[in-house]
Design a protein around this ligand. Structure first.
Ligand code: ADP
Ligand code: MG
Length: 276
């Protein structure tokens, strides 16, 4: 199938809403990842305002740890987002394949994720749907955050928790407690990303989730207890950082900007390697 100058070939990914296909620019031969979304799945009002706004923001984000969006094409029924192709797969699968482990390897990826997010936060953009499937690795071992802003524009219901469960997050395990228990009140998007980054870091370091539950209700109970198990193999600095990220009260939760100054984070960190 051809869309604009792109020849769409194999499916390379499947998300909640989007199917992602390999697209070849027929004028240059260059390969891209093209995310296809059905307009039907997006609320009309949000399609005309939020989707356009988010796409506009995404086009302006230019950072080595964020998947670049080149252009957006549209047909009567579909929206096509033409993005950089990130061919090394999702973070955890990549780490399994390479056999990487230990705090050192985890830090290398965590630093890149935080660099990308802090860059966005400084521009007033929050991801709000951070989870392992949205962290991709390219052929040069560079982490790229994908699926930006889409979480904010999917078909929504009045109940924030159900929305997260049924649409944006296939899984609510990475969602901050204030979203899951929200009764419609607003929350700070920047601190939402800190929480998710904490859950991801815990999974990287410990290999399991910090909060579990067979149902959303059970997960909420676990979150309320906030009784996280920190294995004795973790370094004290890693535990301190995790505690700061997995702080229930968003007001006291560390921002990702401040994470960049944390003793666990700064080890072998090259500031500005990150930009452009
Ligand atoms: P959704 O919003 O529906 O979750 P995503 O943007 O997360 O869609 O894409 C779904 C999957 O497609 C991802 O989990 C990933 O495996 C793959 N994918 C997404 N973007 C890219 C990309 N730029 N390069 C390679 N694979 C991608
Ligand atoms: Mg996704």
């Amino acid at each position: 199938m051809k869309v604009g100058r792109y020849q769409l070939t194999t499916t390379i990914g499947q998300g909640t809403f989007g199917r992602v296909k390999l697209g070849i620019d027929t004028t240059t031969g260059k390969e891209y990842a093209v995310k296809i979304m059905n307009k039907h799945d997006i609320v009309e009002r949000e399609l005309t305002t939020n989707v356009r706004r988010e796409i506009g923001i995404m086009k302006q984000l230019n950072h080595r740890n964020i998947v670049g969006l080149h252009e957006v094409l549209s047909s009567t029924r579909k929206i096509y987002m033409v993005m950089d192709l990130v061919s090394g797969g999702e973070l955890f699968t990549h780490m399994e394949k390479t056999g990487e482990g230990g705090e050192e390897a985890c830090r290398k990826y965590f630093q890149q994720m935080v660099d990308g997010l802090d860059y966005c936060h400084r521009r007033g953009v929050c991801h709000r749907d951070l989870k392992p499937e949205n962290l991709l690795i390219n052929e040069s071992d560079v982490l790229k955050i994908t699926d930006f802003g889409v979480s904010a524009v999917v078909r929504s219901s009045a109940d924030g928790a159900m929305q997260m469960l049924h649409t944006a997050c296939g899984t609510p395990y990475y969602c901050a407690p204030e979203i899951l228990t929200s009764r419609g009140e607003g929350y700070d998007g920047i601190k939402i990303d800190s929480w998710s980054a904490g859950v991801i870091l815990y999974r990287l370091l410990v290999g399991s989730l910090p909060f579990k539950g067979q149902s959303l209700a059970q997960l909420i109970v676990a979150l309320e207890k906030n009784d996280v198990h920190y294995p004795s193999t973790l370094s004290p600095a890693a535990v301190d950082l995790l505690r700061n990220l997995l702080e229930r009260d968003a007001q006291y939760r560390i921002s990702l900007h401040d994470v960049k100054k944390h003793p666990w984070f700064v080890v072998k960190y090259e500031e500005n390697k990150a930009y452009f």
